[in-house]
Design a protein around this ligand. Structure first.
Ligand code: 5GP
Ligand code: MN
Length: 338
């Protein structure tokens, strides 16, 4: 389908499900709620469905309480997905990221629209607004609204949500940046986005436990491999329990080691009851999405990716450290210059 057919479809009321990825981050929530507000304005019946709950500090956006958490309400979620005439897939592009909803998503006959900025899409959809150069899915939601010729409908609620997504995925305007992200932000500010408040809500909204967990990661659980310009942080279930871990508490921790001049590659391992989750970050040319895809069943962007391992925490750590020598050339210490 082309954008005209989508515009035509959306010109009459539809039952719409907006689905995003598991362990939703600020972009997933901001993009989804931004689109949700826009669709409600067009008189559609819409619902945001997330596979698992989002962090407490992401619950400040307007109509957050309307979000359905599939893990907690699978029957209602399944009913909404089966009923939907249109399904939006936001901030992901492969069915497995919609944990628990994979089959509902792939087997649905609804018109499917993907709005995403990750590499290697494999979700079959009727329309895709897919751009790996976009800062965030939220930026693409803005572009989608613009493509529909509906920019005038962007009110302060939509502006706040889209700004939250851009701000979150760029780490407060540090990564994945584009001139477009700045242009859109200027427009959103004019429409009433409260950027100072959202910056605080996203980045200065820790619990004491979360800050102490960060301190513990850096003082006790950080290992540096100078010959590979690599840093590794690893946390067991016991470590997490000790700091009353809640969803989102480890968000951003993997970025801290990159603040060391020589570090180019940072990895964080987190043990859960099912698997070990891995987060990868780099600065410069080292493509962590390729590393994640090749060794840890994952993916993402060049400088930010994730993956998982079915091995124990100790064995995952061992596997990771044994892989480093193969990347000796790419990870050799260098002096940064622009
Ligand atoms: P995080 O480390 O914050 O969990 O993820 C960083 C980036 O990698 C995000 O853009 C996320 O979408 C992507 N990512 C995380 N885990 C996975 C995964 O298991 N598979 C794929 N394909 N991408 C992932
Ligand atoms: Mn995103």
């Amino acid at each position: 389908m082309d954008i005209e057919s989508i515009a035509n479809l959306l010109s009459s009321p539809q039952k719409i499900a907006i689905v995003t990825h598991t362990a939703p981050d600020g972009d997933a929530i901001g993009a989804s709620l931004g689109l949700y507000h826009f669709l409600l304005g067009l008189r559609h019946s819409a619902k945001v469905i997330v596979p698992t709950a989002h962090a407490h500090y992401l619950q400040f956006l307007p109509h957050n309480e309307e979000i359905l958490i599939f893990e907690s309400e699978p029957d209602e979620g399944a009913r909404l997905l089966k009923d939907a005439g249109v399904i939006f897939a936001l901030d992901f592009n492969t069915a497995s990221r919609a944990k628990g909803m994979e089959n509902l998503l792939t087997q649905s006959n609804a018109v499917k629209i993907m709005i995403d900025h990750h590499l290697l899409p494999d979700l079959k959809v009727d329309f895709a607004l897919w751009d790996i150069k976009a800062s965030s899915a939220a930026e693409l939601v803005f572009r989608f609204i613009e493509m529909l010729g509906q920019k005038k409908r962007i009110n302060h609620h939509i502006a706040n949500c889209i700004y939250a997504g851009i701000c979150s995925d760029t780490g407060r305007f540090k990564y994945n940046l584009s001139a477009n992200a700045y242009r859109i932000t200027a427009f959103l500010m004019e429409k009433g986005a409260d950027v100072a408040k959202i910056n605080d809500a996203l980045f200065d909204n820790f619990s004491e436990d979360r800050l102490r967990l960060l301190g513990y990661c850096i003082t006790e659980k950080l290992r540096i491999f100078p010959e590979y310009s690599t840093a590794v942080i690893w946390l067991s279930k016991e470590d997490l329990t000790r700091f009353n871990y809640k969803a989102g508490d480890m968000e951003g921790v993997v970025n801290y080691p990159l603040s060391i001049t020589e570090i180019k590659f940072s990895v964080m391992l987190k043990e859960t009851s099912e698997e070990v989750r891995l987060s990868f970050r780099s600065k410069g040319d080292f493509a962590v999405n390729e590393f994640a895809a090749k060794h840890f069943n994952g993916g993402g962007h060049k400088n930010a990716a994730g993956g998982s391992s079915g091995l124990s925490l100790t064995n995952t750590l061992k596997q990771l450290t044994e892989l480093l020598p193969a990347y000796e050339t790419e990870l050799a210490p260098t002096i940064f210059a622009v």
